[in-house]
Design a protein around this ligand. Structure first.
Ligand code: SF4
Ligand code: SF4
Length: 451
C-alpha cells in the first residue's frame, strides 16, 4: 500500500475538489464532454477509470498512463473522495504492459487494476462497468444507477492537475494516425487548428485525404481542417477519401434509408452482435431497420429503443453483410425522438450467455475495417507544441454555451478564464491556451492570437 499518496489526497475535502475541478473547466475528455464537477457530485461506492481505449488507431490513454501513473492514481483518489467511493478501479487491457508496470507499485489497497479483454467495444462505459464489476446498467440509465462513476484517463489526469495545481484545461493530447508521414501522439494547445496538427504529423501521404475526428468506429467526419482542437477532440485519423470508412460517413441520410429499404434481409446479425442487446437491453437494431422500412411494423415502444443505442458502430462496420447502417438509422430516430422530448423506459432482460464471446477482437476489427496498411504505433511526443492562433469554442461540453468574460482587443494570459457559464447552469468555463490578444469574439468562439 502506498501510504504517502493516501496521506496526500486527504488534504482536500470533497467540496474543494469539486470547486477546483469546476474552476479548471474539466469535462469528460472521452467524447461526451460532461462537466466533471457535476459527475463528482454523485455519491457512489465505485469510481472507475475507463482506460480501455479500444478504438484501434488511438494511442493516447495507454501512453499517458505509463508516463503519468502517479498523477492518475492521485486523480482517482480525489475522485473517490468527492464521490464517497470506497473502491477505485482502473480498467485497461493486458497489452498496455508499460502502463500496468507503472501503475501496479503505486496502487493503494482500495484501488485495483481490472484487465479487460482486447475486444471492441470494451470502452463503451456500460460494457466497461459490466466487465469490471459485473453490474449491468439498465437501458437509458446512468452508471450512478449501479453505484459507479466513470471517467476516462485524460479526465482523471485533468482532475489531479486541477486539484493540486489549480491548473485549468488548456491542452489536449491526441493521436494523429493513418495516412500521415509521422504518426504520433502529441499534446497541443486547445484551439489549435487541425490543419496545424496535421502539419506536426508531417502532413498527409495520400493525394486526396479524408479526415475523421477520433477513431475509425465512432469518430465523425471532419469537413474542414480549420476545425479547432477542443477538450473532447478524440484524435485525427487520415485516410484516402476513397476508403470505405470515409465514404460511409459521406453517405447522405436519404441514401442510408434507401439502401436499408432495398437490401435488408432481416438476417438479424446486427442484433446478434449489438453489445447493448447482448447485455440484456431491449434494443434490437434489425427490428428498428424493419420499422423504418415498413412503418406499419413500428410500435412507439420499439422506436423508443433507438434512444438506447450507444452508436458503437458494430452493426454498420462489422455485422451487416449488405452494407446497411442501423446505427445511422438509430441516429436519425434519436434526433426526432429527442426533438419531441420522448424518453425510453424499458426492462433489463437477462444477458445473452454468449455475450462475452460475441464482442469483436480488435485485431480482427483492424482487418475488417481495411486499416492494416494504415495502422501505426503513433508514439507519444514529449515536445511542447504551441501555436500563434487559437479558436476557443464556447461549447466544448454538454450544457449551456460559455459566455465570454473578455473583450475584443483585451490581452490574456495562458490559463486565464475567457468564458464561463452562469452559476447553476450545466457547463464549464473556457480558458486561454496561449498568451495573446483577443482578436475576435463570435457567438461560437473566441480567437486569441499571440502577440
Ligand atoms: S444485419 Fe443488415 S441485413 Fe441483417 S437485419 Fe441487420 S440491417 Fe438487415
Ligand atoms: S450502434 Fe448498432 S451495434 Fe452499437 S449499440 Fe447501436 S444498434 Fe447496437
Amino acid at each position: 500500500m502506498n501510504t504517502a499518496m493516501t496521506a496526500e489526497h486527504v488534504l482536500y475535502d470533497a467540496q474543494t475538489i469539486r470547486d477546483r475541478v469546476r474552476a479548471a473547466g474539466v469535462v469528460g475528455a472521452g467524447g461526451a464532454g460532461f462537466p466533471a464537477h457535476v459527475k463528482l457530485q454523485a455519491q457512489v461506492d465505485t469510481f472507475l477509470v475507463n482506460a480501455a481505449e479500444c478504438e484501434p488507431m488511438l494511442k493516447v490513454d495507454q501512453q499517458l498512463m505509463a508516463v503519468q501513473a502517479a498523477r492518475l492514481v492521485r486523480g482517482v483518489q480525489y475522485a473517490m473522495t468527492a464521490t464517497g467511493a470506497n473502491a477505485g478501479i482502473i480498467a485497461l487491457k493486458e497489452k498496455y504492459q508499460k502502463a500496468i508496470n507503472a501503475l501496479t507499485p503505486l496502487l493503494p489497497a482500495n484501488i485495483r487494476l481490472h484487465i479487460l479483454p482486447d475486444v471492441y467495444p470494451a470502452g463503451d462505459e456500460v460494457l466497461t462497468i459490466w466487465m469490471a464489476t459485473g453490474r449491468r446498467v439498465p437501458p437509458a440509465a446512468l452508471p450512478v444507477s449501479v453505484g459507479v462513476v466513470v471517467n476516462n484517463v485524460q479526465t482523471v489526469l485533468n482532475i489531479a492537475r486541477a486539484v493540486e495545481q489549480q491548473y485549468p484545461v488548456t491542452r489536449r493530447t491526441l493521436t494523429v494516425n493513418g495516412a500521415v508521414a509521422r504518426p504520433l501522439t502529441l499534446s497541443v494547445p486547445i484551439g489549435m487548428s487541425l490543419r496545424e496538427v496535421l502539419t506536426l504529423a508531417g502532413g498527409a501521404t495520400v493525394d486526396d485525404p479524408g479526415f475523421i475526428n477520433g477513431g475509425p468506429m465512432m469518430g465523425g467526419l471532419i469537413t474542414s481542417l480549420d476545425t479547432p482542437v477542443s477538450k473532447t477532440t478524440g484524435g485525427l485519423l487520415v485516410l484516402p477519401k476513397s476508403h470505405a470508412l470515409i465514404q460511409r460517413r459521406m453517405q447522405d441520410e436519404r441514401t442510408v434509408l434507401s439502401v436499408a429499404k432495398t437490401v435488408c434481409e432481416q438476417c438479424r446479425l446486427c442484433t446478434d452482435l449489438c453489445p447493448r442487446h447482448l447485455i440484456g437491453h431491449e434494443l434490437s437494431p434489425h427490428l428498428l431497420v424493419r420499422a423504418v422500412n415498413y412503418q406499419q411494423a413500428a410500435t412507439p415502444q420499439l422506436l423508443l429503443t433507438a434512444l438506447t443505442c450507444s452508436e458503437c458502430n458494430v452493426c454498420e462496420s462489422v455485422a451487416c453483410p449488405v452494407g446497411i447502417s442501423p446505427m445511422r438509422i438509430n441516429r436519425m430516430l434519436k434526433r426526432e425522438l429527442r426533438a419531441l422530448n420522448h424518453r425510453y423506459e424499458g426492462p433489463l432482460n437477462p444477458e445473452d450467455e454468449m455475450a462475452k464471446y460475441r464482442l469483436i477482437p480488435v485485431k480482427r476489427l483492424i482487418t475488417k475495417l481495411g486499416l492494416s496498411d494504415w495502422y501505426h504505433d503513433a508514439p507519444l511526443s514529449e515536445a511542447d507544441y504551441t501555436t500563434d492562433e487559437t479558436t476557443l469554442l464556447l461549447r466544448q461540453h454538454i450544457g449551456a454555451s460559455a459566455i465570454p468574460c473578455v473583450q475584443k482587443g483585451e490581452r490574456v494570459v495562458r490559463g486565464q478564464c475567457v468564458a464561463d457559464v452562469p452559476e447553476g447552469a450545466l457547463g464549464a468555463p473556457v480558458h486561454a491556451s496561449i498568451d495573446g490578444l483577443v482578436s475576435e469574439i463570435t457567438g461560437q468562439s473566441i480567437t486569441v492570437i499571440r502577440g
